[in-house]
Design a protein around this ligand. Structure first.
Ligand code: IVH
Length: 680
């Protein structure tokens, strides 16, 4: 009895400590503990919870890792509707908003506004009962939303338990705010989607909404969603004077443990609001997340209540938006670009237009399906938008303004660069030039070879590559290594010093590891992550070349399509010759010491595992591959040398033996979580 009591206490202390550390890290941005210490304590808590499953609680830090995929989301009714905001597009419109509410509810009191940044994410509603997060829901139509509690739990800056201090008796608290993706994560997701041939998210808002509605919360856990809280509803708040103003509510939210955007400001007049709006118009471009305006709220809750709501909006708040990131312009030409894989990409060339502070004159049209869907033609007036302040995109065509003689766009039947016939496989959206010596493909291949994640050769940019190919100095990436400083000196704007520096940079790239070389070869579907997976399994190119296609496909994370692409690539004569030449030149086709060193940093280096029982989602082989990838060894029988037993359903004698020997146990969720941590 006393032992159990002390264990309960110990678990509680561990949880509190971890919770504080996580709060300091994710909310305050001021870590109080080294990662390794956190990991150790976390593991300790995990272990105690395995030993005492009855003590696992919803607000434990171990509950943030996501669960196996849901089949669908259930609809939930919001206790208080989630309103949206009326928009104002300039200071004049802001002033008329003020005049309107003042006419409706005259007040002689001095009026204060709170100005907040309008975060471009997705609104979510969080319900806490007795301080514990019990529900997270999307906005939906404002009345009904979807229950995404499992996903919300994975957002580290959302407290699972509130810090209520002396407000301990609050039974129900509803917090609203914006879930969003930092811009770097947004870009990364789109890069991955582009590589995988999936449609890109138009902006961080769509990406955040898409992530929140992802059925597999383990994927959500990896996405680094973040959250800023801005609305607090406490049942019966009107009678208690817990918070009387939006300003106080934000302060309270912060005390409760939420991340509140620090850039809010108390303004004594609309003139101050205007100043705030102008300041952030440029300053917002330096923020790591996307904002699309300013939200102006009357500070006093009393006044807010008097003003009330229209059908859709609160009368006491308004969204003051920054100028549209969409603008009309005319399509002057539709060019066709040929990339490294030979893919033909239609490109709209447009009359230059100012958008979100930059001039836009070109936008990708992706492929012929997209062109057909838009029915975009030369001469059309189109709306372009700059999505997430990054990629300009044509969103629609104003067909009513179309010139009468316009013709639908047709994809060329021949490559616009080498004039050879192009092909389009029936199951693909992409049209390709398949001429291996097409100069456009060669330029793309070289640009890829020198790029940051591949051989990372600084100073070799697009212009230089074009000159090298056009002047017939380079016919394959291997030719880069035969270039001389004298040859480079003969090129436009190239001095002797820069030429020598470039030759040196090219030579240095011979030290880059095998995984980068493999990525640099530009095999379809082999991104830098896949290249690492492949080189881990096959530390030498000879092993990879002689591997069976089915063995390649067995690598966890690779699969049939990628395996086929790799296998076939190495069967083409020209590719074999290229590899041989690069090998002779001195590039790395064998994993070096470096990779072994990094292996010893892996989470499971030197650890021995046994797997027993049926795991909920992973097949035995998959679990084994994952453990091996993290440097661990998997054996069949439990002994004193076993470090961890991975336990699934219906485990038998191995579990018993492990228990007698006091061996650590992990369930699948815990295993995946440790692995996820190690990938970050
Ligand atoms: S207040 C009734 N504050 O903007 C109060 N909304 O266009 C309504 N948003 O649905 C919300 N930042 O998703 C508020 N600081 C902020 C906000 C914010 C972003 C979003 C929110 C809302 C939409 C309205």
């Amino acid at each position: 009895m006393t032992q159990i009591k002390s264990e309960i206490k110990q678990i509680e202390e561990l949880r509190q400590l971890l919770q504080q550390a996580s709060y300091a890290y994710y909310v305050l941005d001021a870590p109080i503990m080294e990662d390794a210490v956190y990991d150790r304590l976390y593991r300790e808590l995990q272990q105690m919870e395995i030993e005492h499953p009855e003590l696992v609680r919803l607000d434990s830090p171990t509950q943030r890792v996501g669960e196996k995929p849901a089949i669908h989301f259930t609809s939930v009714r919001h206790n208080i509707p989630l309103y949206s905001l009326e928009n104002a597009f300039d200071i004049d419109e802001l002033q008329s908003w003020e005049q309107r509410w003042r006419r409706q509810t005259p007040t002689t009191d001095a009026v204060e506004y709170v100005s907040e940044l309008k975060i471009d994410g997705s609104a979510i509603a969080l319900t806490y009962e007795n301080g514990i997060l019990v529900r997270g829901a999307t906005r939906g139509d404002g009345i009904m939303g979807e229950d995404i509690t499992q996903n919300v739990r994975t957002i580290r800056s959302i407290p699972l338990r509130l810090n209520l201090g002396d407000l301990e008796n609050l039974e129900k608290v509803e917090v609203r705010g914006e879930a969003f993706l930092p811009l770097d994560v947004f870009r990364q997701i789109n890069e991955e989607r582009q590589k995988a041939g999936e449609q890109l998210f138009a902006n961080p808002r769509n990406a955040a909404a898409g992530t929140l509605r992802q059925l597999d919360s383990r994927i959500v856990a990896k996405r680094r969603l973040d959250f800023f809280a801005y609305t607090l509803h406490i049942s019966g708040m009107d009678d208690a004077s817990i918070a009387n103003t939006q300003w106080e509510a934000l302060e309270l939210l912060e005390k409760m443990g939420f991340r509140v955007n620090p850039n809010h400001k108390l303004c004594a007049s609309l003139a101050e609001v205007a100043e705030y709006y102008q300041y952030w118009d440029t300053e917002r471009l330096n923020l790591p997340y996307m904002t699309d305006g300013v939200v102006v709220k009357l500070n006093s809750f009393k006044l807010q209540e008097q003003l009330g709501f229209t059908q859709k909006f609160p009368r006491w708040a308004v969204a003051l938006k920054y100028p549209a990131e969409e603008a009309p312009t005319r399509v002057e030409n539709i060019a066709v670009n040929v990339g490294r894989t030979g893919a033909l990409t239609p490109l709209a060339q447009m009359r230059p237009v100012q958008l979100a502070g930059t001039t836009v004159s070109r936008a990708t049209l992706h492929n012929s399906d997209r062109v057909a869907q838009l029915d975009i033609r030369i001469g059309d007036t189109v709306i372009v938008r700059k999505a997430g302040e990054i990629i300009p995109e044509v969103t629609r065509v104003l067909t009513e303004l179309r010139p009468p003689d316009s013709q639908p766009f047709v994809m060329p039947t021949h490559c616009p660069v080498c004039n050879q016939p192009v092909v389009r496989e029936s199951d693909e959206a992409v049209t390709r030039c398949v001429n291996a010596s097409c100069p456009a493909i060669l330029k793309g291949e070289i640009e890829h070879w020198v790029s940051r994640d591949a051989l990372d050769i600084k100073g070799v940019g697009e212009k230089l590559v074009h000159q090298l190919v056009d002047k017939n100095l380079v016919h394959s990436v291997a030719d880069l290594y035969d270039l001389t400083a004298d040859q480079l000196c003969a090129l436009e704007r190239m001095g002797k010093k820069s030429a020598e520096k470039l030759i040196d940079a090219i030579a240095q790239s011979k030290n880059q590891p095998w995984s980068r070389v493999l990525y640099g070869l530009g095999i379809r579907h082999v991104g830098s992550v896949n290249a690492q997976l492949l080189t881990q399994k096959y530390p030498t190119v000879d092993q990879l070349v002689t591997a069976k296609q089915s063995d390649i496909a067995d690598i966890y994370g690779i699969g049939a399509e990628i395996a086929q692409s790799v296998y076939q690539w190495f069967r083409i004569n020209a590719n074999q010759t290229l590899v041989q030449r690069l090998q002779l030149t001195g590039l790395q086709f064998v994993a070096t010491e470096d990779t072994t060193v990094s292996n010893s940093n892996q989470k499971f280096a030197g650890k021995t595992f046994v797997i027993t029982g049926t795991l909920p989602t992973l097949k035995r082989d998959e679990a084994k591959a994952l453990i091996q990838k993290a440097g661990g060894k998997v054996t069949d029988s439990v002994s004193k040398k076993t470090d961890y037993l991975v336990v699934g359903a219906d485990a038998g004698s191995k579990l018993e033996k492990a228990q007698t020997l006091g061996i650590n146990q992990l369930n699948e969720t815990q295993l995946l979580e440790i692995l996820e941590d190690s990938q970050n």
